[in-house]
Ligand binder design. Sequence first.
Ligand code: ATP
Ligand code: PAU
Ligand code: K
Length: 279
Amino acid sequence: MILDLDIGNTLSKWRLKEVESSEIRSRGAVWTREEWRPGADIPDLDVVEAVRISSVARREVLEETVALLRRCVPRVYVARSTRQALGVTNGYDQPWQLGVDRWLGALAGYQLAGGCCAVDCGSAITVDFVLPGGSHVGGYIVPGLRLMKESLKLGTRNVAIDPEGEADTLLTPGRSTVDAVNHGIYMAATSAVQRIYSEVCDQYGVALPLLLTGGDARVVSRGMPAAHVVWPDMVYGGLEICFPLTRAERAGRMSGAPSAPQAPALEKVRAGLAFTSLL
Ligand SMILES: Nc1ncnc2c1ncn2[C@@H]1O[C@H](COP(=O)(O)OP(=O)(O)OP(=O)(O)O)[C@@H](O)[C@H]1O
Ligand SMILES: CC(C)(CO)[C@@H](O)C(=O)NCCC(=O)O
Ligand SMILES: [K+]
């Protein structure tokens, strides 16, 4: 089995993938903390022959995780942000400072769709752009839904936005503190992503396929007017193409990848933007 780890600031996600069939056998998430307990937090490592890691947690968390894994697993691969990979050029002045989850998302998005706008809705909402030639032009970091809510300190931190609720309801004025906060942060997140997407497409004169991932991708998706697809395994997709281990991966196939989304027409994106600036 292959163990893929996506260690975020809040949650550490894992999945187990079979080497032969390239099928995902199980998956889960635990709070990001100092120490992993195999058999409890993550599956028994006896069955694992290789681990691939994306981590944006503190350096010590990664170091301890890697040290633990190396004791029981023959091969441990840790992804790093680099100046160039798989046809993509990192847009950061100091490429290694780009969060590796963003880098992996951008690489996966480029592999799937050519140029792309890769959005990760986690603790932070990140929006990264890769142009059709492979140039990552940089991105944006916005506080995620939970962080926005917590920072208000209005006692609403435990009342999550219902991911199944009507998106239209979330756009109406709230009539209680909980609703005012939930509707407010929902507006903040969805309008920021929409505006950023339109601005950058306008600046570069190209409408890019829009991809969403992360714990809050589904809820943000429902408030996004622009055509897009949700790809829960986008960061894992980046791990697969950086460290291909199964036959399917060597052939360039990423598990759970959606079909490449159709980009909207540039005129439509620009019309939306013009409307915004007229308000
Ligand atoms: N079971 C869950 N536990 C905690 N948060 C959840 C859960 N399910 C969905 N969420 C939502 O997912 C978000 C976290 O998403 P994700 O797991 O992508 O974050 P993360 O790994 O902490 O992000 P980052 O990589 O930015 O640190 C939270 O803001 C929360 O609203
Ligand atoms: C922005 C987050 C927290 C999103 O997970 C992560 O990608 C990160 O820690 N990045 C480092 C800073 C940067 O990307 O510029
Ligand atoms: K993430």
